[in-house]
Design a protein around this ligand. Structure first.
Ligand code: AMP
Length: 285
């Protein structure tokens, strides 16, 4: 599907378009992104279109969620290409605020979700989820969609956003979208563009290793055993593992021993590039 895509840059323009749809009794779904649009983002827009009358996508590379030594400056940006892909996927409106629209002079508020942000990506990226929670709260209040869709690719992020919406009584339904992968299993990510040709060949092992661990857990092996073999396989291939864990799929509480239902989550560096992935236990067919 390809639609006319209107681009707005201010909260006032965004609100006017969404208010007009709501005044006609039509529903709106939002898909927040940081751009560098790929088929993972596009699948969320398509899913949003099945759930609501109009889809608003946003592109904002949020400085608050990058650490001082992370890739904020290098993060891939290309608005014309991104807009064309979002239109192709069926978005009706693209909201691309600049940093001043999002964080005007004097901005002083932070949204902090406790507990669920503590481990995994929160352990190695200390301010990351405050940055995510703050910008997502703002985007949801700026747009006031009926539904907002976030990818399971960022599984911890999805749970953080579901928590904050419940805790703050934000009247917006948060929906998860399945992970879109390359044919060799590598989860699509804007950061895959950083991989050298050689690293790109190794990268699918990340998914293969956790998928194997998921099968082993489902077959009755303990979490420790299954994760130890996955870690060994990743390290032998040249990954530097940041974390590799089996967690409760809803609370992200750590799990050990034999477990019937879990989420295996991994973050690992290949060279300078940090990749993340996750799979359910039992594995999907
Ligand atoms: P990002 O632009 O990386 O902030 O991602 C924007 C949204 O797209 C987030 O909700 C991500 O979880 C989601 N996303 C990123 N990669 C994928 C993927 N491979 N499959 C599905 N959703 C994804």
């Amino acid at each position: 599907m390809s639609t006319e895509l209107e681009i707005v840059r201010t909260v006032a323009d965004l609100r006017a378009r969404v208010a007009a749809w709501h005044a006609r009794g039509e529903t709106v779904a939002m898909v927040p992104t940081m751009g560098a649009i790929h088929e993972g983002h596009m699948s969320l827009v398509q899913q949003a279109n099945r759930l609501a009358g109009h889809v608003v996508a946003s592109i904002f590379v949020n400085p608050l969620q990058f650490g001082p030594n992370e890739d904020f400056a290098a993060y891939p940006r290309g608005k014309a290409r991104d807009a064309a892909l979002l239109a192709q996927a069926g978005a009706a409106l693209l909201f691309t605020p600049n940093a001043n629209e999002m964080y005007p002079e004097g901005f002083a508020t932070k949204v902090h979700v406790a507990g669920i942000t503590g481990g995994l990506c929160g352990a190695t990226r200390p301010d990351h989820f405050d940055g995510v929670a703050t910008v997502v709260t703002k985007l949801l209040l700026q747009c006031t969609p009926d539904i907002a869709i976030f990818g399971e690719k960022d599984y911890q992020q999805l749970l953080v956003i579901q928590r904050l919406v419940r805790d703050l009584n934000v009247p917006i339904e948060i929906v998860g979208g399945p992970i879109v992968r390359e044919p060799d299993g590598l989860a699509l990510s804007s950061r895959n563009a950083y991989l050298s040709a050689e690293e790109r060949e190794t990268a699918p092992l990340l998914h293969a290793a956790i998928q194997q661990a998921s099968h082993e857990l489902a077959a009755g092996l303990s979490a420790e055993q299954a994760l130890e073999s996955a870690r060994a396989a990743l390290e032998a291939a040249g990954f530097r593992v940041d974390y590799l864990e089996a967690r409760d799929p809803e609370t992200l509480a750590p799990l050990s021993g034999p477990v019937a239902s879990a989420r295996i989550l991994v973050a690992a560096f290949l060279g300078k590039t940090r990749l993340i992935d996750n799979v359910p236990v039992p594995p999907q067919a």
